[in-house]
Write a protein that binds this ligand. Sequence first.
Ligand SMILES: O=C(O)c1ccc[n+]([C@@H]2O[C@H](COP(=O)([O-])O)[C@@H](O)[C@H]2O)c1
Ligand SMILES: Cc1cc2nc[nH]c2cc1C
Length: 351
Amino acid sequence: MNDHLISIPRMATLDREMGLRAEQRQRSLTKPPGSLGRLERLAVTLAMQQRRERPRVDRVQCVLFAADHGVCAEGVSAFPQAVTGQMVANFAGGGAAISVLSRHLDAALSVINVGTIEPLPALPGVQDARVGPGTGNIAREPAMTREQLARSLAAGDAAAESAADNAAELVIGGEMGIGNTTAAAALACALTGALPTDLVGRGTGVDDAGMARKRAAVRLALERHGEGREPLDALASLGGFEIAALAGLMLGCGQRGIAILVDGFIASTAALAAVRAAPDLRPWLHFAHRSAEAGHRHVLGSLEAEPLLNLEMRLGEGSGAAVAVPLLRMACALHDEMASFSDAGVDHGSP
Ligand SMILES: O=C(O)c1ccc[n+]([C@@H]2O[C@H](COP(=O)([O-])O)[C@@H](O)[C@H]2O)c1
Ligand SMILES: Cc1cc2nc[nH]c2cc1C
């Protein structure tokens, strides 16, 4: 298969006029200007993204991609690879963290298997879009072919299309993949030029010997296929099916003008690859939290992103993003419901 299979869509533009109106509204509300800090800027950005003066975050769509990683053969995770598929069943059964959070947020949750090592039995609420039986071991071979990359990106784009069909006001992309902090670290090194020591972290909780194996695996992967790659090549050589699907989801949301709330280290690395491929995606991204995974700080820095929360979470599966949704909702409620100075008969300050 050849390169023209993959075309990067054109991103929607923000509604600057609506931003001005939302800023004007913020100035009219009964508070010293700027006193609600980032909540004010959140409401204004959401207004520009949603093209309405009073944005809302009622309809939230959570999309969770799961896949396996050949690099697990290098002993890089604290958990066995079978956990990826087992957790898919747990997402479907409603017992995973993201299942609980989605219920509490009244958010829709879709789970998409883009590449567990074994096919999974049919489960309610789980879509089968397997691109392969896990990626190749990046320490030895490329993660995936260009065709597999195209199919992973397309799975993400299809999820963005269905979010648009459901009139989602915000999309959260989550991932599940034992070994994917190694893949994400290698990909982020290739995209930013950082060293493995900057980006390799403990993931699910590897010990020092596991950390040494992870660094060695990332070093080997970069030696073999990390040099001078354009973002999609780096994604194919070093990424994962779920990481590529997340990139496809974000690009699809940017194209359709849907705001995205980015989760932790792996999701942010997918965002970085997508932004490198389509810089105009960046204004559509909100960053939920700073993960405890060591490399996240560096990836966020490369995206010039200041996340909303720092709760020392490192779970993935969209959980950090889900936890930040109430902040976005409160930003919208304040923007919508506060009284203006004139309505409440409160005197303006002098500038
Ligand atoms: O989101 C994060 O920042 C994050 C940080 C560390 C681990 N994870 C999750 O843990 C899994 C990968 O960890 P590991 O150690 O197997 O590479 C994968 O399923 C991720 O969702 C997620
Ligand atoms: C149990 C478990 C749940 C997860 N959710 C996301 N990544 C995960 C990794 C493990 C190991």
